[in-house]
Design a protein around this ligand. Structure first.
Ligand SMILES: Nc1nc2c(ncn2[C@@H]2O[C@H](COP(=O)(O)OP(=O)(O)OP(=O)(O)O)[C@@H](O)[C@H]2O)c(=O)[nH]1
Ligand SMILES: [Mg+2]
Length: 451
């Protein structure tokens, strides 16, 4: 990290009032001073703001405010300078070009954050959370990410690791100093409560973290049913928008129609599909196949039935299929007389009418409940966020489950240490304490430039 890196940290795709060009490294201040007219800048105190012009020789490029932050209290722990210039990518790029001429090098995507990690200012989990914060699409995703950035999630992991370490230390003492065994003696019995406590904590983390994907990306909800039951009407009613074409002709929807809403901080991505039935029409047939695929891929299916008609063979098939997945039955057209006999299903049934806007709130609520997300807005959302972190937590849980079963089989306590250590290491990888270079490179490449 001998180099001094520079990049534009703001989004240059649109037009904004201000852009920020960020420079980090041991020569950051000197390099900027070569193109900045303010004479006090070079020797100024840390965390000060300076007014002046950026010049290319005698040509004024822009009027700017420059923030000077000396190591170590900076984003990267290195000297950092941030040039606040006028918006529009041309000016920022021109300044960047000048910085390169004076000795800075282009930053790789995520390199500022990578330096923050390598210089020990943040751990891997915190770094990944910064990325999640940049990508957060809703309020809950933001909350989760900021808990990661602020170190709350790290503490959760560290507390568990500490418990494991103290267990490991006790076991070591037992092996190395058997003469001190009076109070510290580890037995099958006294190790059990600690192991159970760790197991339960890990289970909670894994379970809640699975939800994090739903919080981050939303829930994909397939709207399925035979033709004319009111699927497209349901989509439109949920979106409060005339997005899909609705007619009384069976087979109106041929392709999928999608739309999202945010309900209680969770994105619900609805997918309206072609009505499922046997058909010879080539285009409709393709649509039907697509519907089936969507049903398989979605997180949850809403099967729409028509209250005004008897259950058909097509309905029956769909009722059977939905038994093997997450699903809700929506019986539509309750404004019309009921001809639908009692249906056999283990799924929750919601009665409603898209025409009268009935049953929609209940439906949205039920979707959240299926994923235990109903009271998300009250939770503190301190859990893991991405697949890498979650799979490591799962591995740690497996290690601990193995320890527990071995312990029950009366395996000598010192033999258990191996798995406890593995669990401890797996949790360590989450926060990057046993990081490998390749992994680190991979993680930071996903960042946007200038972060
Ligand atoms: N009375 C009544 N009619 C409804 C209701 N919901 C939908 N309809 C009518 O049912 C007909 C079919 O509605 P769509 O939403 O196009 O049905 P669909 O399931 O998308 O049909 P396909 O696209 O052909 O599969 C239309 O004439 C709607 O106006 C309802 O709650 N009550
Ligand atoms: Mg339709």
């Amino acid at each position: 990290m001998d180099t001094t890196i520079a990049a534009i940290s703001t989004n240059t795709l649109g037009v904004g009032a201000i852009n920020i060009v960020r420079v980090s490294g041991k020569d950051a201040i000197e390099i900027v001073s070569k193109i900045f007219t303010n004479k006090n800048f070079l020797n100024a105190e840390s965390h000060t703001i300076h007014y002046g012009f950026i010049k290319d020789g005698e040509n004024i490029i822009d009027e700017v405010l420059v923030m000077l932050m000396r190591s170590p209290k900076t984003y990267t722990k290195e000297d950092v300078v941030e040039i606040n210039c006028h918006g529009g990518s041309i000016t920022a790029n021109k300044i960047l070009e000048l910085l390169y001429v004076k000795g800075a090098v282009p930053a790789e995507p995520g390199e500022f954050t990578k330096r923050a990690f390598l210089n020990g200012r943040i751990n891997l989990l915190e770094a990944e959370s910064i990325e999640d914060l940049l990508e957060a699409k809703n309020e809950n995703a933001r909350k989760m990410a900021i808990n990661g950035v602020s170190g709350k999630t790290t503490k959760l992991i560290q507390d568990l690791r500490e418990k494991m370490v103290s267990l490991l230390a006790n076991i070591e003492v037992n092996i190395d100093y058997p003469e001190y065994i009076d109070e510290l003696q580890i037995t099958k019995e006294n190790i059990t409560p600690v192991l159970t406590e760790i197991k339960e904590a890990l289970e909670k983390i894994v379970k809640e973290s699975e939800n994090s994907k739903k919080i981050k990306n939303g829930i994909n909800v397939a709207i399925i049913g035979r033709p004319n039951v009111g699927k497209s009407s349901l989509l439109n009613a949920l979106l409060e928008e005339d997005k899909a074409i609705v007619t009384d002709i069976s087979g109106t929807t041929r392709d999928i129609v999608e739309g999202s809403i945010t309900y209680k901080g969770i994105d619900l991505n609805f997918i309206d599909t072609a009505g499922i039935r046997e058909t010879k029409d080539i285009v409709e047939k393709i649509g039907v196949e697509k519907s089936k695929k969507i049903q398989e891929q979605a997180d949850i299916t809403i099967l729409v039935l028509n209250n005004n008609e008897e259950v058909t063979e097509d309905d029956q098939k769909l009722l059977e299929k939905i038994e093997n997945q997450k699903g809700i039955i929506f019986i539509n057209k309750t404004d019309l007389s009921s001809k639908l006999e009692k249906i056999e299903t283990s799924k929750k049934i919601i009665y409603g009418s898209t025409l009268k806007n009935k049953g929609l709130e209940e439906l949205k609520e039920e979707i959240l409940q299926t994923f235990s997300l109903e009271d998300m807005s009250y939770k503190d959302l301190t859990f893991l966020f991405n697949t890498r972190q979650i799979s490591l937590a799962k591995e740690a849980l497996q290690n601990i489950n193995h320890v527990i079963s071995e312990n029950q089989k009366d395996v000598p306590v010192d033999m258990l240490a191996i798995d406890i250590r593995d669990a401890w290491e797996n949790l360590g990888k989450i926060i990057g304490e046993a990081y490998e270079e390749e992994l680190v490179d991979n993680i930071f490449k996903r960042f946007c430039l200038g972060k």
